[in-house]
Design a protein around this ligand. Structure first.
Ligand code: EPU
Length: 363
């Protein structure tokens, strides 16, 4: 057992290559998890079992503000397969450590459409449900079937359906901590740092219908004159659109959108329209409105600005970037990124009365 653990756990590991912001930080200890039994081996060891743990997927939605003291569990569980086919859907399963875009490309190559609008989102399959990734009119929860996860205290494996994952906009049960001391008449149950996602299953709907309502996709249809694209065609358009406005994390470190698009009441929305008629907003089914955070940040003059080595991307003000190296010591620090983020929050709050909420997990 001791020898196995010595091979599983590395000490003092550089994390710059393991987070897409490419922030320099170290893990006191890191275990590469290739199968569920690796976690069980750690839990069987009293020292590691008692350690707080941080689950790391592709590192595409995390800001490291210093060295990481909890034991980092780097999820590298592989495998992808069709597990069932019903009248309404093809059910496909992937290991949590599979690269998300490679998985999407593989499903399309098999002739199973459904995930094409989420092509090229950085990260892993296991991280996708944590923040309910979404793009161009489709969210993970629209294609989700179920997932298997392991309880990091008991080592028990359990399965959750969509309702049990409590998906919301860039949100799920995996982003929330349990707070048993909160006395609000209910006891919120969260799985943050308590569960490790092992495998995820997707329901790819039959028959397939493209989702083309997003303005950028309508533009592609007009440009190409193609009104009935194949799923592969949609995926290619999505890749073009993303490459045109989002930085490639391999070249310029970033964690995608840094803030969530805020939801406001109709009164707040009309107040802002009164002051800034150009504000970008979308009505939601419940009568509230979602505002484009990128527009709010842009309107405050932040696009292209820099604090230390952290900056606001020139082509999309919602994306904060590392202007330094992706593999060297002059990278932005987590502190610089958060200083910039707070300055943006303050100026958006002062001008619009809206507090932007960060999307990535800050560690
Ligand atoms: N805008 C500006 N200036 C900017 C940036 C945006 O005026 O600097 C305006 C745009 O002109 C557009 C509007 O804001 O009218 C919305 O911009 P965009 O279409 O780029 O989408 P977004 O709301 O900024 C969201 C997701 C993205 C996802 C796209 C497409 C969030 C937080 N972000 O961005 O997801 O790719 O829609 O569906 O919901 C991510 O979560 O990491 C991510 C990249």
């Amino acid at each position: 057992m001791f020898d196995n653990l010595a091979m599983l756990v590395q000490k003092n590991v550089a994390l710059q290559a393991f987070n897409t912001f490419h922030i320099m930080a170290r893990a006191h200890a890191l275990a590469r998890i290739s199968e569920a039994s690796d976690v069980l081996a750690l839990l069987a060891d009293p020292e590691w079992a008692a350690q707080p743990k941080l689950v790391l997927g592709g590192g595409s939605n995390i800001v490291l503000t210093g060295d990481v003291k909890p034991l980092v569990l780097k999820v590298e569980i592989k495998g992808r397969q069709q597990v069932a086919e019903t009248a309404k859907a093809i059910i496909v399963e992937a290991g949590a450590g599979e690269n998300w875009h490679d998985f999407v490309a593989w499903t399309l190559a098999q002739g199973w459409p459904g995930l094409e609008n989420m092509a090229l989102i950085p990260g892993t399959v296991g991280a996708a449900p944590v923040q309910n990734i979404g793009a161009y009119g489709v969210e993970l929860q629209d294609r989700f079937d179920s997932l298997d996860a392991m309880d990091l205290q008991s080592g028990q494996t359990f399965t959750l359906n969509a309702a049990q994952c409590a998906f919301g906009y860039r949100d799920s049960i995996f982003k929330h901590s349990s707070s048993p001391n909160q006395d609000r008449g209910y006891r919120p149950i969260g799985l943050k740092d308590r569960a490790l996602i092992l495998r995820v299953r997707f329901a790819l709907p039959k028959p397939w219908k493209p989702v083309l309502g997003y303005a950028d996709l309508e533009r592609k249809m007009q440009e190409t004159g193609c009104n009935q694209p194949s799923a592969q065609q949609v995926a290619d358009w999505i890749c073009d659109i993303r490459r045109a406005k989002l930085p490639d994390p391999a070249v310029m470190g970033n964690a995608g959108s840094f803030f969530k698009n805020p939801t406001v009441t109709p009164e707040q929305c009309s107040d802002i329209i009164g002051r800034d008629p150009k504000v970008v907003f979308y009505p939601l089914p419940d009568g509230s409105f979602k505002l484009a955070a990128g527009w709010l940040i842009d309107a405050c003059g932040w696009r292209g600005k820099t604090v230390g080595m952290a900056g606001v991307y020139e082509k999309q003000a919602l994306v904060l970037v590392n202007r330094g190296s992706v593999d060297g010591p002059d990278a932005a620090t987590g502190g610089e990124v958060m200083t910039l983020a707070r300055a943006i929050q303050t100026s958006v709050y002062e001008r619009f009365g809206i507090l932007l909420e960060p999307e990535p997990v800050v560690v």
